[in-house]
Design a protein around this ligand. Structure first.
Ligand code: ZN
Length: 87
């Protein structure tokens, strides 16, 4: 008789992990799914950053990631790359 909104809402919640981001080049603001982001964890804070491609202008954006951002991204299922410094 009636639809069960509880079920569809739960499914949507799982799939809608979005991260707000902004492009420094074209200043566009958008939301990215976890699969559109990449996180690189280096030996130091300087080499720890996340990157994505701007959906508006297509430029590759790279931003430093603090501890809080790292936690947020890894918790949201973003691919994490651990860099081993050879220098
Ligand atoms: Zn852009």
């Amino acid at each position: 008789m009636s639809v069960m909104p509880g079920i569809s809402r739960q499914v949507a919640a799982v799939q809608s992990v979005l991260f707000k981001a902004a492009c420094p080049d074209c200043r566009a603001r958008f939301e990215l799914a976890a699969g559109a982001l990449r996180l690189a964890i280096g030996a130091s804070r300087r080499t720890t950053f996340y990157s994505f491609t701007c959906p508006e202008c297509g430029s590759a954006v790279r931003k430093p990631a603090g501890e809080r951002i790292v936690e947020l991204l890894t918790g949201g299922g973003v691919r994490t790359l651990r860099l081993h410094s050879s220098v």
